[in-house]
Design a protein around this ligand. Structure first.
Ligand code: FAD
Length: 261
């Protein structure tokens, strides 16, 4: 497979840097081709603003989605964004790697998503009507490809368990797994999350590295999270509400959007 790893940590000598090297080596050992986008090292521009749309007349009000659509359609997105889109089309699998910062991804990675996921590329794709609400949530430009998160967290696994004070990790990562990865079509694998990493020692690192190697070996074959297809009949369209009785008994919240509930 072709694999793109988008790396969002400012320090190459960090734990994240070491885990990236482990992941890339394990993937290459499996015969995969790997490309890395190192956002901090490459000085990624993290905000959407007028500079992203050089074709926009100075007197024209910036409307981000409309400007994105026009620039995508005209092939006029900036070169850095086009290069990342080309990598996404090349890759059979995408890995987003980051330390959990304030219960989410670092701003630079959010900015990568906001800029690279142009209208017409990642959203605004497919027919939008009362019968079909766009090619999204399981369909879209990146359908047929796989994706997963590689995350490190200072908090303990218990803090992120079903009754943990931080909230369950599956819930915290839902907006990324479902809203960012499943949305444009990716099949999303369960995240690799390393907990309680801030005082990690040598043996702890080796155990973590071995676990990560195992996940990298399974990247092509592990079962994805069973998110429901938006246009597969489970949701009433155009309300996009899950039809009554589709969920497993007792399922609530984000779990409603997984087939197994
Ligand atoms: P590093 O600091 O580089 O390393 C962590 C430990 O691993 C160190 O002990 C280091 O010695 C060891 N290590 C590094 N490399 C190796 C190696 N090659 N071999 C052996 N040991 C090694 N945590 C949460 O749980 N929830 C949050 O919401 C959250 N918000 C945060 C917000 C901010 C702004 C910051 C700065 C931190 C936050 N944290 C949070 C903690 C954060 O998630 C962790 O600090 C981060 O995941 C650690 O990853 P790192 O790569 O920066 O680790």
């Amino acid at each position: 497979m072709n694999i793109l790893l988008v790396f969002a940590h400012p320090e190459p000598r960090s734990l994240n840097g070491a885990l990236r090297d482990v992941a890339v080596a394990a993937l290459r050992a499996e015969g995969h081709a790997v490309r890395v986008t190192d956002l901090y090292a490459e000085g990624w521009k993290a905000v959407v603003d007028r500079e992203d749309f050089p074709g926009l007349a100075p007197e024209e009000r910036l409307r981000a989605a409309a400007a994105s659509a026009a620039a995508f359609e005209a092939g006029a997105l900036t070169a850095d964004v086009r290069a990342e889109q080309e990598k996404l089309l090349w890759a059979d699998a995408l890995i987003l790697q980051f330390p959990l910062w304030w219960y989410s991804m670092p701003a630079i990675l959010k900015g990568w998503v906001e800029r690279v996921y142009a209208y017409g590329f990642a959203y605004g794709v497919g027919e939008h009507s009362d019968r079909h609400w766009g090619d999204r949530f399981g369909e879209g430009t990146l359908a047929g490809k796989r994706a997963m998160l590689l995350v490190t967290a200072g908090g303990w696994a218990e803090h992120y368990s079903a009754r943990g004070v931080n909230g369950p990790i599956d819930d915290l990562l839902f907006p990324i797994n479902h809203g960012i990865l499943f949305y444009p079509g990716y099949q999303v694998l369960p995240a690799f999350v390393a907990y309680r990493v801030d005082r990690l020692d040598g043996p702890g690192f080796e155990a973590l590295a071995e676990e990560l190697r195992g996940r990298m070996r399974g990247l092509a074959s592990d079962a994805p999270i069973a998110f429901r297809q938006q246009n597969g009949g489970d949701y009433a369209i155009p309300a996009l509400v899950l039809r009554e009785g589709r969920e497993a008994p007792g399922a609530r919240g984000f779990a409603l959007h997984r087939v197994e509930g």
